[in-house]
Design a protein around this ligand. Structure first.
Ligand code: GLN
Length: 487
């Protein structure tokens, strides 16, 4: 069996069947992925750590389970994990000098769940430092490159996970999504990315950026694979008080039902002048395809979308300033070798350990929270958040989900926004609302621009409507011709 050829298009479902039929073992499969991951990492910089030894040991265990007839959907399946999700005995750096030497002594709950099924984790993926960014260019370990065009960004902040899946260095991956970090890189790298409802997946062991937005999400080449991963990790967890008591049992039910009679909203505010022509027409074409398959398209409106990016950056930076205050070089993180007093050590450690973008967020967050400015900034942002939630509640009375672009453009050249971070922030316009309102959203490829770069569309629905979103995205994927990255 030529595993090398299979990897380029393989899905979890297919690999799982191959393992079951003994076409190959998990050790063989993992070895093949490891070889590809190592060979392509120089080009893509998708991984910060590739842990061969651990991966092969896990694969051996998985083969034993399979031989005993105890195979689960993820048994023996090679996956990768974003480097802000804690993995026992494997370095978890958040792509920051601050945590360069941090090796957790425990697993995030999502990882425990993957291991319980006998999944194989081959490594930890690159990202924007502390998940702050939209390009994966703020990593302390250098930026990630897009497998469709190595001169372009992979998107961010889960750009390493997206590039790893897109370049078939693993079959699927975990990312995290605070303002779009699973969906936007999925769109840029031509794969599928699912951000679950807030509280569907435990945040225990996910290194905090903005706690009221953060969610672990799943990334793969198909919506169905994203669902297989979500089924594995979405459980009640006593270690995270915001984790829902009864997340869905199976987000892959009724998959054969298609999209007939579903009402799909097109919110006009998502198709403004800031969205490129290629992206708009690809998403409109997708809407037509859904219509042909029996769905009904309705126009809806989200009038306050224009405030979403500002509200998101204010609240998320405020939460980040608080969350990141723990890195003092004393209890946590990089410790400076200079400075005599306690205060100096803290100051120097933080100055050396954090990169520019992280410092910018901490300053913005502390400013927005400081007395005299709190009412004008933080409080108003929280009011916008409530208003957007209410507007979305109304929209979902009229339709099952909304269809929007995932990002205003396709992947841009590396370094394009280096001098203009606010311009990069404004490009998060299509994704932040799902996080502001805690709603689920899935991005899948719906076209390619003239340069052959993937275009993503997003489906966003009411809380815990993942099954509908996955089913609709998957129905579209069955009639859409996806093109693999040629790496
Ligand atoms: N691009 C957004 C930001 O920089 C989202 C990041 C994320 O989802 N982690 O904050």
């Amino acid at each position: 069996m030529n595993l090398k050829a299979i990897l380029k298009t393989a899905t979890i479902t297919e690999l799982s069947a191959g393992l079951k039929n003994k076409n190959f073992s998990s050790v063989e499969l993992t070895t093949a992925y490891l070889e590809r991951a190592k060979a392509l990492n120089d080009k893509t910089n998708a991984f910060i750590t590739i842990d061969e030894e651990f991966a092969l040991k896990s694969a051996e265990k998985a083969d034993e389970l399979i031989n005993k007839g105890k195979q689960k959907p993820l048994t023996g399946i090679p996956l990768s994990v974003k480097d802000n999700i804690c993995t026992e005995n494997i370095k978890t750096t958040c792509a920051s000098k601050m945590l360069e030497d941090f090796t957790p002594f425990y697993d995030a709950t999502a990882i425990t769940r993957l291991k319980k099924q006998g999944a194989v984790i081959i490594g930890k993926t690159n990202m924007d430092e502390f998940a702050m960014g939209s390009s994966s260019g703020t990593s302390y370990f250098g930026g990630v490159k897009n497998p469709y065009d190595l001169t372009r960004v992979s998107g961010g902040s889960s750009g390493g996970s997206a590039a790893a899946v897109s370049a078939s260095m693993c079959v699927a991956a975990l990312g995290s999504d605070t303002g779009g970090s699973v969906r936007q890189p999925a769109a840029f790298c031509g794969i599928t990315g699912l951000k679950p409802t807030y509280g569907a997946v435990s945040r225990y062991g996910l290194i905090a950026f903005a706690s009221s937005f953060d969610q672990i999400g799943t990334m793969a080449k198909t919506a169905e694979d994203c669902g297989i991963l979500l089924n594995a990790i979405a459980v009640k967890d006593e270690f995270d008080a915001t984790c829902h008591t009864a997340p869905f049992k199976n987000c892959l039910k009724d998959m054969e039902k298609g999209v007939e009679k579903l009402k799909i909203g097109l919110p006009k505010e998502f198709f403004g002048d800031d969205i490129s022509g290629d992206v708009k027409s690809a998403v409109f074409n997708a809407a037509k395809t859904f219509e042909k398959m029996g769905a009904e398209i309705v126009e809806v409106s989200l009038p306050d979308l224009k405030y979403a990016v500002a509200a998101y950056y204010l609240i998320s930076s405020a939460e980040a300033a608080s969350n990141l205050s723990r890195y003092d070089g004393i209890k946590y993180g990089h410790r400076s070798k200079t400075g005599k007093s306690y205060e100096d050590i803290i100051k120097n450690s933080r100055s050396e350990g954090f990169g520019d973008e992280v410092k910018r967020r901490i300053m913005l967050g502390n400013y927005a929270l400081s007395s005299g400015y709190y009412e004008a900034y933080y409080n108003r942002a929280v009011k916008i958040r409530q208003k957007l939630k209410a507007e979305l509640d109304d929209i979902f009375k009229a339709c099952d989900f909304i269809l929007t672009p995932t990002a205003p453009t396709t992947a841009y050249k590396i370094g394009s926004f280096d001098k203009n971070p606010v311009k990069m922030y404004s490009a998060d316009i299509c994704t932040v609302t799902a996080n502001i309102a805690g709603l689920p959203a899935i991005s899948t490829t719906c076209g390619y621009d003239k340069k052959g770069l993937p275009i993503g569309m997003s489906l966003m629905g009411k809380a815990f409507s993942e099954a509908t979103l996955i089913r609709a995205a998957s129905t579209f994927e069955k009639v859409f011709e996806r093109r693999e990255a040629q790496l």
